[in-house]
Each structure stands twice: as C-alpha cells, then as structure tokens.
Unconditional design. Sequence first.
Length: 335
Amino acid sequence: MTSLATSVDQVAESTGFSGVVRVDVGDEVVLERAYGLADRARGIPMAPDTRIGVASGGKTFTALAVLRLVEEGALSLDTRARDLLGADLPLIDDGVTVEHLLSHRSGIGDYLDEDEIEDGTDYLMAVPVHRLDSAGSYLEVLDGYPQRFPPGTGFVYCNGAYCVLAILAERASGTTYHDLVRTQVLQRAGLTRTDFLRSDELPGDAAWGYLRTDGLRTNVLHLPVVGGGDGGIFTTAGDVAALWAALDAGRVVSCETYTDMVRPRSEAQADGRTYGLGFWLRDDWVSASGYDAGASFRSMHRPGLTWSVLSNTTEGTWAMAPPLEELLVGNEAAR
C-alpha cells in the first residue's frame, strides 16, 4: 500500500485536503492518514480519531434506527406517516409510508431542496439554527411544502423525509430520536466515538466545519445546532469502519434486514448509483455519503474492503474520493 499512501498524500497536498482518509482490507487497517487542522484558530491538527461531522451520512444512522423499530414491531415499512403525524404537516399525502420516506420515494416537498442550491455554503436555515435541537423542533421547518408527486411514483432525494422519519421514530418508540440512535445503533455497533454534538460547544476532540479551504469562518450559522434525522452526526473513520463490520455481522439489524436495506428501490442515477433504504448502491458497493456547509463525507464498503473520507470542509471529500476510489478499484492487492 506504499504507492496508495503516496498517491493519497499527493492529492491531499495538491488540494489542501483537511480531514481523515482510511482504508480497511479485511481486519487490517492498511491506510489511515489525517491532514489539515481540526481547529484553525488554535492550530490544532487533525488526528486519525478526530470526530468529524458527516452531514447526510447521518441518514444511514436514522435508517438503521427505524429498521430496528421495524424489527421490534413498533413500526412497519407499510406504516403510514399520517397515522403518527396526526394533524401535523397536513400537506404530506396520506398515502406516504415509512418505506417511501426511507427510499426517497415519498414525493413530499423538501425544506432543503438540493437541486435549487448552487452552493451549500450560501444556504441558511429558515429558522434560527439554535432552535433546531430535537426531532420535534423541525416541524416548523418542514411545514408548508406541498406534495411534489404521488408517493411511490418516483425517486427524488429528500432531506425532509428523514426529518419526518425521526419524528415518526420518536412517536412510535416513546424515546427521543437522539437516544434511539444511541441505544439502537451506536451501542449495538460498539461505536464509542460517534454522537450528536452541539456545534456551539464542540469538545476538543471534534473538528470545526469550515466553509472554505482556507479562512476561519465556520459553519455554525448554516446548520442545526444539533444534527437531526437528515444528518449532522459526528463520527470518526474508525467508527465508520466498525459500523460496516457490525452490519456485516448482523449486530445492528439482522442480516436479513440489512440485505433488504441494500436492495435497490430506485432507478439508476446519472453516476450509476441506485438507492436502497438509507444506503447508496453501485455494483457490489454499498455506500453512505454526505455534503453540507463545512462537511463532506463518503464511505464505500463491500465485504473485505472499506474506504472512507471524512472532511471538515464543504468540498474536501470530492477532491479526495474519486482518485482514491480509482486507485482501490484498480489495485488487486486491496481486494
């Protein structure tokens, strides 16, 4: 893996990458590199175990928590959102189900429509971000967006759908969304470095998210103060690898449930990917990814090989991930 490490170092240097790159082959960590600064103002360097926000990578955790409730019988994939929403969010079609929301086939209007945002660093939330600290707090953000198409008739990536899922999970379980993820996903997978951290009181082992490759401006005014159903959890490259291992072993959800989660529910996108329930899929790869102001993330996995890129800048992962993937796919020693 010497040539791989050299290549990754070169990409990091040429792009100003800030974050962590890790490659696991079987049970062996063959590459783990940290670059840049976790805290620019104080000059604190990034470390392999620095906790980094992974934006929409958090949707995978939401999906797993929901499927745990399905396994326990508190929810089913056919549960209608309306049965738990009651009079809340009246513009959501009465036919929208948990499966529609998980697979981005609900057709509900999205509070954060990525097709209409040219630059993620320009987007500001419609309400003060300090008020968004629980699943229920998103109700005022989600309300007022009309249904885009009948549920089940198309695929459109929808952030709001996962915020709705967090609300449904709370109401079905009687447990807060954050605690549900902690008990049903993090503890079961043995993830000790993953959690929902407040952006206004980050601990010293967490990376601040930066809007640009240089400068001191962080993302604290752009994102909810605490991550929600559609993203924002903090984790490490090591915990990401541990999550994939736990999924393969059936320690979070059963192997049968996981197999169903990685069954395609959408038509192929322009880049060849399809979508299951909380996971992107392409060929024999399963992946989780995220992009937001001051955060970018991609982790791809197939049995025996995992690679992850976590960055505390908006575009950092997208400079590192393509060449890394090309190197790994063509490297027989990494298979």
